[in-house]
Design a protein around this ligand. Structure first.
Ligand code: SF4
Ligand code: SF4
Length: 281
């Protein structure tokens, strides 16, 4: 394998002139969720919580529900004792993962969306991006499972919710601490990963997000799977030029990729319909 091909490229062309209906629908969906969280966040900062105010950002954090489950388990509390909104969100996140794997990341998560938008900007300013050797990229993608394990272990054994100290999503919607209370370490984490996202597709999602790690586990068993039809594929390599938000080499894509966030760009762009999203029970 040549040096060129053994690197994960982050300089595929994000061709805005070739935006399709699917790209538009996904952007509107992502922007809708981003705007909703922004609205809640600003509302909470202005009006506070309680019956006349706005719920806190944490109420709409699906990962908080997972950590709370483990915390309750460790402290002997009723496992589902948590605010109804958090519980509903936890249920919805699990349901989404069971049905469509990591689609939450591709269509809903505001932090994921912001990274993707930054990458579009980054490509214009730094067309080459950063090319990471494939082996290093593959190894780093396992870090998010270590992060997840550590967070859940600490919640279970000592009730500590350590992720609050490093949560970039919370730091972003608390406006880097300029408005609202957020740990400095979370602001630093946010700054590092948003900066990296200018050069690397969704750096946080690929390497560090514990919620992404949970959902990645569902990609292999979800009802809707992404299937590469090798018999139809013409090996034209066009798909390798498509911007995949997770930096996946689509020409070697398999249905079991834990990294795929089901954005469906490759399904949409293949001229030969060789990549398909289909229900498999
Ligand atoms: S990996 Fe994490 S940050 Fe990225 S989109 Fe998924 S949940 Fe959001
Ligand atoms: S492999 Fe296809 S569907 Fe999955 S993230 Fe990449 S472009 Fe999107």
């Amino acid at each position: 394998m040549s040096t060129e091909s053994s690197k994960i490229k982050n300089n595929r062309k994000i061709n805005l002139a070739k935006v399709t209906n699917l790209d538009t629908i996904r952007f509107i969906t992502q922007f809708g969720f981003f705007s909703f969280i922004l609205y809640i966040s600003i509302g909470h900062l202005i009006y506070g919580g309680g019956s006349s105010g706005f719920p806190s950002l944490g109420t709409y954090c699906p990962f908080g529900g997972f950590v709370k489950l483990f915390q309750n388990l460790g402290t002997g509390k009723y496992i589902l004792s948590m605010p109804p909104t958090k519980l509903a969100l936890l249920g919805a996140t699990i349901l989404t993962a069971v049905v469509a794997g990591r689609a939450f990341c591709g269509w809903i998560c505001p932090f994921g969306s912001v990274q993707e938008w930054l990458r579009v900007l980054g490509e214009r300013a730094f067309p080459k991006g950063i090319e990471i050797p494939k082996e290093i990229d593959s190894a780093l993608r396992y870090v998010k499972y270590v992060v997840l394990g550590l967070i859940l272990f600490l919640a279970l054994t000592s009730g500590v919710m350590i992720f609050k100290l490093f949560d970039p999503y919370s730091a972003l919607f608390h406006f880097a601490g300029l408005w609202g209370n957020v740990a400095v370490s979370a602001v630093i984490t946010m700054a590092i990963f948003l900066t990296l996202s200018l050069f690397i597709d969704r750096a946080w999602c690929r390497y560090a997000c514990p919620l992404g790690a949970i959902q990645a586990l569902f990609n292999k068993i979800s009802l809707i799977k992404l299937v590469k039809k090798v018999d139809i594929c013409k090996n034209c390599s066009k798909c390798s030029e498509i911007y995949c938000p997770m930096g996946i080499e689509i020409s070697t894509l398999t249905e079991t990729s834990a990294e795929c966030i089901r954005c469906l760009r490759c399904v949409d762009k293949c001229n030969f319909d060789a990549v398909e999203a289909r229900i498999e029970v």
